[in-house]
Design a protein around this ligand. Structure first.
Ligand SMILES: [Zn+2]
Length: 463
């Protein structure tokens, strides 16, 4: 199997990826909080995770992936109260919108999309374990994780918490022993949404849901956990603390985080008017594949500066790739022998593509290998007509890499009877039987197929 390197936030270096089980990857992605439509900053992370998922499959792994849906938190509760509906009624609309957005950007579905509200018992049982093992305590009905009981705290974010942990905080201000202790379970006072459980009436904190749901579906130790850099602290640091304190085992082997997205060089915010959901961009007339392309081609660990200018460029690049794919597909019925050089180009491009992505998902380098390939093929096409068998190989390569990049739209293929007619017409033209060639052209036109002779071969369009 291809040797793959990932930058692991835990060790702060590139490491060779070795899954726990041969050929299988278990991966967890922090998903959306469904109180609103997801914005392009969120989608930058989801596109990065999609590329990771798709590339692992491309490299031959079977991927089991979990993406949680946070349907209970301060924001979903506030939204449901504001609209006077149940929590489910409120979040359903945004969950549906999220899945539509995922399809639109060709984001591969996770194996599981667990919702926090449907996993309360798993969270309660994890919290009970933490209390039993002395890692959590109750205060005024809420339950907190005791950070001082977990010596590894800070290993992901690389912060030094020693001093912070020994600083006493004003007990009037904090309902907990230490300022940094975080809530596992929140006692509900006036809120309408709560669960009556063995650990009291309340609702879960955010961090505990990811520990409980990831371990339920992927086991106590799994391969990859991803998110945006803003998740590193406190969310992921807390996930490690809760999970490892409860199981005594390493929680996750590889932590991958993607950097921020800026809009016109600034942090995106509603007040600045530079805030975009995916829907906002579609309304402005941008194409999803251009958006996807832009979000995936800056290296995931570099900040991405989103501008409408760069989005237009991305759209043009995608059009360029699509046009190349289409031109080659017109050559599929060409006669002639295969050209060894084409095969050599495909092998080089294939190796370059995989090599770049194997080095911590270097997508821009991977794409430059693809452009180099397209350029070389175009040069050949300018000199000679490529054969159908070469066209088939090139299409095969493009479709293969499209399993990762997912920006090429497949081209409609004609039923065999039409393909045979087109071939018969080419034969007639070679034999200079133009009367027959014209008759076939008319027959096809009557069926709504218009032919056009290009240097790549005969292209067709539907009337
Ligand atoms: Zn999470």
């Amino acid at each position: 199997m291809t040797r793959i390197l990932f930058f692991n936030t835990l060790s702060r270096q590139k490491e060779e990826f070795r899954p726990i089980e041969d050929g299988v990857v278990k991966m967890y992605t922090c998903g959306p909080t469904v109180y609103d439509y997801a914005h392009i900053g969120n989608f930058r992370a989801y596109v990065f995770e999609d590329i990771l998922h798709r590339f692992l499959e491309y490299a031959g792994y079977r991927v089991t992936r979990v993406m949680n849906i946070t349907d209970i938190d301060d924001k979903t509760i506030a939204g449901a109260i504001r609209e006077g509906v149940s929590l489910n009624q409120y979040t359903e609309k945004y969950i549906k919108a999220f899945f539509e957005d995922m399809d639109c950007l060709k984001l591969k579905k996770a194996t599981y999309f667990p919702r926090a509200t449907q996993h309360i018992s798993e969270m309660v049982s994890l919290i009970k374990t933490l209390i039993e093992k002395g890692h959590a305590y109750e205060k005024n009905g809420s339950i907190y994780f005791k950070i001082s009981s977990f010596p590894g705290y800070g290993k992901l974010s690389h912060y030094d918490f020693e001093n912070l942990l020994t600083t006493n905080t004003d007990a009037d201000e904090y309902e907990k022993d230490q300022a940094r202790d975080f809530a596992l379970w929140k006692a509900t006072k006036d809120e309408p949404f709560f669960w009556d459980t063995e650990i009291g009436r309340g609702r879960p904190g955010w961090h505990i849901e990811c520990s409980a749901m990831s371990m339920k579906y992927l086991g106590e130790t799994f391969d990859i956990h991803t998110g945006g850099v803003d998740n590193i602290f406190p969310h992921h640091e807390n996930e490690i603390a809760q999970s490892e304190a409860a199981t005594g085992k390493k929680f996750v082997n590889y932590w991958l985080h993607c950097a921020h997205l800026l809009v016109d060089g600034e942090k995106m915010s509603k007040s600045k008017g530079n805030f975009y959901t995916l829907r906002d961009l579609l309304k402005k007339g941008y194409h999803p594949s251009g958006i996807r392309y832009l979000l995936m081609t800056t290296h995931y660990r570099d900040p991405l500066n989103f501008t409408e200018q760069s989005l237009k460029q991305a759209e043009n690049t995608v059009k360029h790739i699509q046009a190349f794919y289409q031109r080659i597909s017109f050559a599929l019925n060409n006669e002639g022998n295969s050209n060894q050089v084409i095969e050599k180009y495909i092998n080089e491009a294939s190796e370059g593509f995989v090599g770049a992505l194997s080095d911590d998902l270097n997508m821009s380098l991977a794409m430059s290998e693809v452009f180099k390939f397209m350029h070389s093929v175009n040069e050949i096409c300018e000199r000679t007509k490529i054969s159908g068998s070469d066209a088939k190989r090139i299409i095969g390569f493009l479709e293969k890499i499209n399993e990762v990049i997912a920006v090429i739209e497949s081209v409609e293929t004609l039923p065999d009877e039409f393909v045979n007619l087109i071939k018969k017409r080419e034969q007639a033209r070679r034999e200079k039987n133009f009367a027959l060639a014209d008759r076939i052209r008319s027959t096809l036109a009557e069926s709504g197929i218009i032919l056009e002779d290009t240097p790549y071969g005969t292209r067709w369009i539907r009337k």
